[in-house]
Design a protein around this ligand. Structure first.
Ligand SMILES: Nc1ncnc2c1ncn2[C@@H]1O[C@H](COP(=O)(O)OP(=O)(O)O)[C@@H](O)[C@H]1O
Ligand SMILES: [Mg+2]
Length: 380
């Protein structure tokens, strides 16, 4: 049987392509924003990259990381807050690059941060911290943002820490005090959603890198972009479809990846985020999401009320012998899940007693979610 893929790794989410169609302008802006730092006229800069899932935020930052590391001798530290989850882990990541021998216990986060920044100043380092998926950080850890962004005040030296913050929503900036927000807000790169044609260009490039020449029909690429339109032309989803579609073609012994393979793949690929992202949720976020999928599976409802969901969540905690989180914290977690697009939230209309917030599952099948989360939650 002939191969369909030339290099399947080119379809992995962590691959950084050679070219980034329709993000060249933004890349140039990013380079321009850091030019004063690169030339040494400024000590640091803070930049925001903001946009919906799958618009190339992480890609842009990593592309820039590669550029600045190879060309300008920066120490670049990439962190993802959805993975790291705590300010302490971010600081420990910085420490591990700059003072690998520093003991990580016995210091407060602030002490550790100050020590590592002093060391960076002593070593004459230029540091760029990339904080990806930082929405939660802005919502829950404002003090930490102040700490990160005011090295000069705290140390009484020059600030040598440049930061790229990557956020899903601009609202997060409103959470900061006016001074900080004003200072941070200057440098904003908003990534617009791709159009159909733009996504086609991106997919064509990727197909050329990943598949044997000629096996993916142009019609197949069009179907990929078309299906992705329901998810705001999320490029990540479109690439996942290509990958799955290619695998299905192989399974069926087809030498050509056809539109129908992509349509079949659609039924298998969870949109906008992969199962990896679900694994990075906090334990209680997982439990809440699991509760939601259970409730939706056992009914034919479109939404459940937060009250019902909290009950179900507590029930699951009981099954597992866990202490449920407080009501306020539960709300926080719901907000969190909706910021990342795992769930939707809206005020109830008719059919509910009083006004309540209802929660839906816009982009996943409840069955799919229930299955992977059951494994996560019960470890079986
Ligand atoms: N302009 C582009 N050119 C090439 N690939 C892209 C482009 N935009 C996004 N992608 C690809 O789409 C996927 C999702 O992009 P990503 O940067 O992870 O999105 P975000 O971080 O905004 O959710 C990645 O595989 C990325 O390589
Ligand atoms: Mg990303």
């Amino acid at each position: 049987m002939k191969k369909v893929f030339k290099d399947i790794s080119k379809l992995s989410p962590s691959y950084i392509p050679q070219r980034i169609p329709h993000r060249e302008v933004e890349f140039k802006k990013l380079v321009d924003l850091f030019k004063p730092v690169i030339t040494g006229n400024e000590a640091y800069n803070h930049v925001f990259i903001i946009g919906e899932p799958g618009v190339g935020k992480t890609l842009l930052a990593k592309y820039f990381e590669r550029y600045i590391r190879n060309n300008h001798n920066f120490l670049v530290i990439y962190t993802n807050y959805r993975v790291e989850k705590r300010p302490g882990n971010i600081v420990r990541a910085i420490v591990s690059y700059i003072i690998p021998s520093m003991p990580l216990r016995g210091y407060s986060i602030e002490e550790m941060f100050i020590a590592v920044m002093k060391e960076a100043v002593n070593k004459n380092l230029r540091v760029l911290l990339i904080l990806d998926d930082a929405d939660t950080l802005f919502r829950k850890e404002k003090e930490f943002i102040y700490l990160l962004s005011r090295v000069d005040e705290i140390l009484g030296t020059q600030n040598i820490l440049s930061i790229i913050f990557i956020l899903h929503s601009e609202h997060m900036l409103l959470a900061l005090d006016a001074w900080t927000a004003g200072a941070l807000r200057k440098n904003l790169l908003r990534l617009k959603e791709y159009s159909y044609d733009e996504l086609i260009d991106i997919l064509r490039e990727r197909v050329a890198e990943a598949f044997v020449e000629g096996v993916v029909l142009d019609e197949t690429i069009q179907v990929c972009a078309d299906i992705s339109s329901t998810y705001n032309y999320n490029a990540r989803y479109a690439i996942e479809l290509l990958l799955k579609g290619g695998k299905l073609a192989e399974q069926f012994g087809s030498e050509i990846v056809k539109p129908e393979h992509i349509r079949l793949a659609r039924d298998q690929v969870p949109p906008s985020f992969s199962t990896e992202d679900i694994k990075h949720l906090s334990q209680h976020e997982k439990l809440i999401l699991y509760g939601l999928s259970r409730l939706l599976l056992s009914s034919s409802k479109a939404f459940v009320s937060t009250g019902e969901l909290e009950e179900e969540y507590k029930e699951i905690c009981k099954e597992l012998g866990l202490q449920p989180i407080s009501h306020t914290w539960f709300w926080n977690e719901i907000k969190n899940l909706s910021y990342f697009g795992f769930v939707s939230r809206r005020e109830s209309g008719k059919g509910y007693r009083g006004r309540t917030t209802i929660v839906g599952l816009p982009s996943f099948s409840a069955r799919f979610l229930e299955e992977i989360l059951r494994k996560e939650v019960y470890k079986k």
